[in-house]
Design a protein around this ligand. Sequence first.
Ligand code: CTP
Length: 149
Amino acid sequence: MNNENKQYEIGYTQGTYDLFHIGHLNLLENAKKKCKYLIVGVNSDELVLMYKNKKVNITDVDRARIVGALKVVDEVHIVNTLDKNLMYSKFKFDAIFIGDDWKGNERWKNTEKQLGKYGVKVEYLPHTDGISTTILSKKISKNKREDER
Ligand code: CTP
């Protein structure tokens, strides 16, 4: 991807990326269109269990390998926190990307305020409707039940 005329030098985005799907790919591709260097934080298994109260299907090590293998991803880290201030102190990004399904969420409004102090922009990118890890998990369970009949 041509890095000329990109809005940001370093971009950061963070997610779980369990059962990697087209919504994830769209988000990461759109993020890379806006920055020269894209760093992705992959939520650790323990973090997902803590904040979503969910067990992942694919381990963090494997999720990070899959995300890291994409040509739009420059660097990947397994992360243990949702604290974007902490992530900023580590990676010093110019913008942070998230799907626009999170727009208006209290935690993200806070992130906008906190990171705004350092001139970091929160960019909400178009969410891909009709697909999610939750939808896929349900489909897989439904198909399994139907197969067993
Ligand atoms: N995302 C997106 N479009 C989708 C699903 C996710 O743009 N259809 C974005 C989210 O906004 C986030 C990133 O992809 O920026 C990682 O999302 P994640 O929570 O890992 O995936 P979901 O499929 O939303 O997972 P779940 O069903 O567990 O909420």
